[in-house]
Design a protein around this ligand. Structure first.
Ligand SMILES: Cc1cc2nc3c(=O)[nH]c(=O)nc-3n(C[C@H](O)[C@H](O)[C@H](O)COP(=O)(O)OP(=O)(O)OC[C@H]3O[C@@H](n4cnc5c(N)ncnc54)[C@H](O)[C@@H]3O)c2cc1C
Length: 398
């Protein structure tokens, strides 16, 4: 007979492992949980960054931090002192090992790798059947963190596609004191492309090319731009590539419920979480801290009420402003360097970072809005109002 679990978590990446690790801290009170994931193992496949605002979680995993970042483009450079809320980085391998150690310390929580899930079916009240390549499992509750289907034009207002290398040079080549958040210099004018540089020390950095566009861009298309950025940064020298990372993240999912799909009646639930479940902030694509907050809340909910929950919806004002901002970027990509420079250059740093980190007060929102040029936003608002409401309202309130 198949073993039955209280909870199956599909996908043991950031969201799945974050939830499993939190549940493991409940000791014998933890629900009988199985994490099933398609991957064969874990590697340093990404670097999670965020600003350390009050309320930041997983701080003990931070390996690097910077107190300054810069935005460059449109002939301007803005340097921002963020020493009050440093920009922090967690290497993925550190997060994975930490989560896996927590899980292995509780025998009520199991992990099966190389188990791609083919399907989930309701097997009757109180029972979900999860079919994987490694066998079938059943559970009362399912949290599904698999990525959504392949990125498609029209599923999000914009897609954030990126390709980066962690590269090491023999001689010092980077200013290790500051992060380059966005440098629009030397990239194709008609495309919204910028370079992101995370310098771990003077010789080693993560250098990434990012493009915001209505469709997903494959890494091969970003490769020549990345090569160009490295040649500009460190002319005439070849670095050693330590690892590569790439991804495509939705910015403003359209038609999807911001809290992801949720079924069930509280006694048996299926909940979508992670980026596919609305875990990423629309205007940035950043998801790590939001996922940590969700995992904390979800674990608590499971302990107290026995059933999982999805991501909290963004307040309507925030969701609306993100939507408008992304529309301006989509419709007038050439304005991107100016908009970001103005945002970080004019508004108080604390206000912008709280806004981006989901902690904005009403006063922060007013400061952020006041820093941006009104013209493009009024136009975007007018075109939004002229559209049939259902098309865009669905992505804001559902
Ligand atoms: C390279 C990269 C860098 C990023 N950097 C940042 C950052 O600096 N700051 C930030 O806030 N956010 C960042 N993000 C965004 C976000 O934080 C990450 O994407 C994060 O990993 C999302 O967590 P998740 O659990 O939704 O997805 P994932 O971590 O990708 O986990 C999904 C899991 O599902 C598994 N899976 C897929 N298909 C199946 C299947 N059929 N069956 C079973 N399992 C399956 C995968 O193997 C994976 O383990 C980054 C994303 C990427 C890709």
């Amino acid at each position: 007979m198949r073993s039955h679990h209280d909870l199956i978590i599909i996908g043991g990446g950031c969201a799945g492992l974050s939830l499993a690790a939190r549940l493991s801290s409940y000791g014998e009170d933890a629900p009988r949980t199985l994490v099933v994931d398609s991957r064969a193992g874990y590697s340093n496949d990404r670097t999670w960054c965020f600003w350390r605002l009050p309320g930041t979680l997983a701080q003990e995993l931070v390996e690097y931090e910077w107190s300054q970042f810069r935005i460059a483009g449109a002939g301007k450079e803005v340097r921002v002192d963020c020493s009050a809320t440093p920009y922090c980085a967690i290497p993925a391998e550190r997060f994975y090992w930490n989560s896996l150690a927590a899980i292995s310390g509780n025998e009520r929580i199991g992990l099966v790798n190389q188990a791609p899930v083919h399907g989930v079916v309701g097997g009757g009240p109180g029972r979900w059947e999860v079919e994987t390549a490694a066998g079938s499992y059943s559970a009362t509750n399912v949290v599904d963190t698999r990525p959504a289907r392949a990125p498609r034009q029209g599923d999000a207002l914009l897609w954030q596609s990126f390709l980066g290398v962690e590269v090491e040079y023999e001689k010092g080549s980077f200013d290790a004191r500051q992060v380059t958040l966005m440098d629009f210099g030397g990239t194709p004018g008609q495309r919204m492309v910028f370079t992101y540089i995370l310098p771990f020390d003077a010789r080693r950095a993560l250098v990434e090319i990012t493009e915001f566009s209505p469709y997903a861009v494959v890494p091969g298309e970003l490769q020549p731009l990345l090569r160009g950025a490295l040649d500009r940064l460190v002319p005439g020298r070849e670095g050693r590539v330590v690892r590569t990372e790439s991804g495509v993240l939705p910015m403003g999912m359209l038609g999807a419920s911001p809290g992801g799909v949720q079924w069930g009646d509280g006694r048996w639930s299926y909940v979508q979480a992670g980026v596919a479940g609305g875990g990423a902030r629309s205007c940035t694509g950043y998801a790590f801290q939001r996922i940590q907050r969700w995992a904390e809340r979800c674990a608590l909910q499971i302990r107290e009420h026995g059933s999982p929950v999805g991501h909290a919806k963004d307040p309507v004002t925030l969701a609306f402003l993100d939507h408008l901002f992304l529309r301006v970027l989509r419709d007038r990509p050439q304005l991107a360097p100016q908009l970001f420079a103005q945002l970080f250059g004019k508004a108080a740093t604390g206000s912008v970072l709280r806004f981006l980190g989901d902690w904005a007060t009403a006063a922060d929102i007013v400061r952020v809005v006041a820093a941006l040029p009104p013209g493009p936003f009024v136009k975007a608002l007018m075109s939004l109002c002229a559209e049939p409401a259902a098309a865009w309202r669905e992505s804001l309130v559902s």
